[in-house]
Design a protein around this ligand. Sequence first.
Ligand code: FAD
Length: 391
Amino acid sequence: QDIHKYSGIVEDCCCDYETVDHLNEEVLHPLLQELVKTPFCRYFKVKLWCDCPFWPDDGMCRLRDCSVCECPENEFPESFKKPFHNGLSSDDLVCQEGKPQAAVDRTLDTKAFRGWVEIDNPWTSDDETDNAEMTYVNLQLNPERYTGFTGPSARRIWDAIYTENCPKYPSGEFCQEKRILYKLISGLHSSISIHLAADYLLDEATNLWGQNITLMHDRVLRYPDRVGNLYFTFLFVLRAATKAADYLEQAEYETGNPGEDLKTQSLMRQLLYNPKLQAACPLPFDEAKLWKGQSGPELKQQVQTQFKNISALMDCVGCEKCRLWGKLQVLGLGTALKILFSVDGQDHMGQTLQLQRNEVIALMNLLNRLSESVKIVHETCPKIVEGPSCP
Ligand code: FAD
């Protein structure tokens, strides 16, 4: 019985569902799974204890699995502890004049990487240059899974995100810019729901963990738009990573373990310059189409402010592990937005891309989470034989 019948182009993207599934299965998922295990990618710097700026903390989490295991000082790479050198040269600070304002530049400076820098992300609320109270977390020891974080406190976050910061676009809304933030958040929400349903506490008494397909179906799979938004978000983040390929290829992946570090670089290269990806889906998302009209800059400003609010809401997530993955994935999305929309020569006068190490770690881990979710959807849909099925 062919229930897995969603097809056609992913809305607002440039590739179809079948191609995404195929590429993910064959190329992206295996490479990303390896990449996130490397020492470079597995230690994430995060400020876990912050007061919620919007309401008193009411965090409720039932399970021990809610708490995050932080790294002892001697575990994470020595090079991560050193202060960054400022890679800016005076040339970088000079505006490049003469670029035609209207021209669309889809490229980034090919000699972009000049060392890791401390630079704030204009799309997120955490000050990425502020190292106070930051801890390192080994992501491999803190998987995103069911935590028991539920009820009004979880609801309140999602409600605040959707109602105040990215309302669902009205049907017939043709302005892609207005749809984009909602779709990114909805895609992330789908991915979080899929992960918690894929690694669910089935029986508390015996501590039995496994897949809860009914929950996955009820929360995500029976809604074609939620599945579509997941694929959209995956392609959007993939486009950001491949757009920054030259930068990421030249970046330093040093963690004090030369063998592992070479492997990180090689995996990055295989992923970002993948011939199969370039042949089947060369432009997963076309950012050059956006912000072009007269109100473009204003719209972009509006979306940036909304995204910053969403980022600040992560401090209100009352379950430590959910907050960790919420912060990481929102920083990953903020990094994708920064790559696609803050640096493109179009309205930033030739500003070159500069990323923090932590932004790259967030971006690649987010891409891996989305890739896992797409794979789970692809594999699970055919198993559902009752009900309204998958899209
Ligand atoms: P929720 O998932 O809370 O959804 C609330 C409402 O949002 C739904 O009723 C629906 O109207 C709408 N909605 C749902 N999905 C979508 C979508 N994809 N697109 C658009 N609208 C949608 N729980 C864990 O167990 N593990 C985690 O790691 C985890 N991480 C979290 C991270 C964050 C940032 C947040 C805010 C919550 C996290 N949670 C996590 C909690 C989890 O997301 C749910 O809130 C919780 O399981 C309760 O689910 P629910 O059925 O009430 O629906």
